[in-house]
Design a protein around this ligand. Sequence first.
Ligand code: ADP
Ligand code: MG
Length: 497
Amino acid sequence: MDSLASALNDHYGWDSFKPGQRPVLEAILAGKDVVAVLPTGGGKSLCYQLPALIRQGLVVVISPLVALMQDQVKQLNRRGICAVSLHAGLDPDCHKERLSCLRDQQLRLLYLAPERLQGTVARKFLEGKAANGDIVAIAIDEAHCISSWGHDFRPGYRRLGEIRSLCPDVPLVALTATAAPQVRAEIIRLLNLRKPLVQVCSAQRNNLCYSMSRRSEEPLRNILELLKISRGAALIYARTRRSVEHWAKALQGVGVSAIPYHAGLNNQSRHEALTYFLEKEKPVLVATVAFGMGVDRSDVGLVLHLDLPSTPEGYLQQSGRAGRDGLPSDCVVWFSPGDRTKLGWAIKYSSIQSKEGEATGTANFRFEIAQEQLRRMEAIAEGDSCLEQALLLAVGELGAPCGRCDRCTSLRPSRNWSDKAMTLLVSLHDNQGVAIHSLVENLSKEVDKGEERWGWLARRLVQEELIRESNDGSQKLFLCESGRYFLKEPWPLKYAG
Ligand code: ADP
Ligand code: MG
């Protein structure tokens, strides 16, 4: 056994590394910067914890969520390792006590919320420690949060570029589960990483089975059916706090002890929900997607989304919370065509709200990206091709059809939509810039009923790039160059549906 493997065994009792862990550890210990893209459950925490234990020095971890930090600190403390977290919301006494821990030479892991870096205490501390050569590495967990291309941009992460100048000689390691190539590039640029090792492991997960379908009018019965056949813990995601409450109540009403979780609950209730989820035998948690990042429960057998997820990358991360134990697990999405409009408005609203701290240009840019991502997500959910393949493509991975998802296993007969497409394109030709809903309304009045079908077809033609859709949230449609070709000389368009 080499020294790294024996350190793993000494400190954690495990005999082997998970894929990607060893090269990341070797690079950190050699003083190199690292970008590590390892799937959810891939063991990213170990990559920054072990170097602190091997070197008997300090590793600073930037993390976006208080619950995440607390969870890890608790686990480390339980094993007798000195770790502490600093974030907002600590009462003054507790804060003071934690600050005094900073002087402890035994301190191995310091978890910081990103905004702490703006405070003088943390800055002085880091500068001093770094100058003395006492910091083994600085880890930026969930590093995709720095990228406005990513699916979970957090303004607080944007200023992390300062770390480099604060601690010029300390290796920086950025970790995330999902980062498309564009996002990786942005992480490297914004954190000023120097010739980093870029360690990427596939996000493909053999034990997950995806399915996406239209939500029924009354989903409660379907939820119960899914819960009946699923194993272990179940995570049910709803879009808003209100719907989280609604579904938790509805499930309780039929005898399922479901617990709600969302950011609007007080600390105590959130803590209870987290504990319930981590410790109960077969918990059912109804939550907003804010719940789950980094939550380490391995036997989640079902991740159910009751609405269209807002981005493919985000969805990969959320669905990846299923089946960390490697056993078969289901990832189910129920969506409805109205979801995207609702999500679009929600994004618009939150981008207006966040404008204060952000230049209008940036906010608009992010809004447009969000529209684009919603469109890609909807295209995957409504599309005919392998769901896993389509999701992985969104993070820059090209693979074969999975053979497990509902697209791979069901026979969905396709037919030629060329004639209908022609009708739609002709109508659009005379009416460029029309909003999708008006176009659909006109067609169902003038040609044939079935607004849903027309809406679906319009979205498919956007996907086919015969039509372009505006990114301002109003979903205005325009004919593309290839759409004009189609009008002159149509070709077959085969879709299941
Ligand atoms: P991530 O942050 O990448 O989603 P975590 O760091 O939370 O994943 O680790 C997921 C789980 O894998 C944890 O329960 C952790 O203890 C376990 N783990 C990490 N590395 C190893 C290893 N080398 N051998 C066995 N289990 C491991
Ligand atoms: Mg993690």
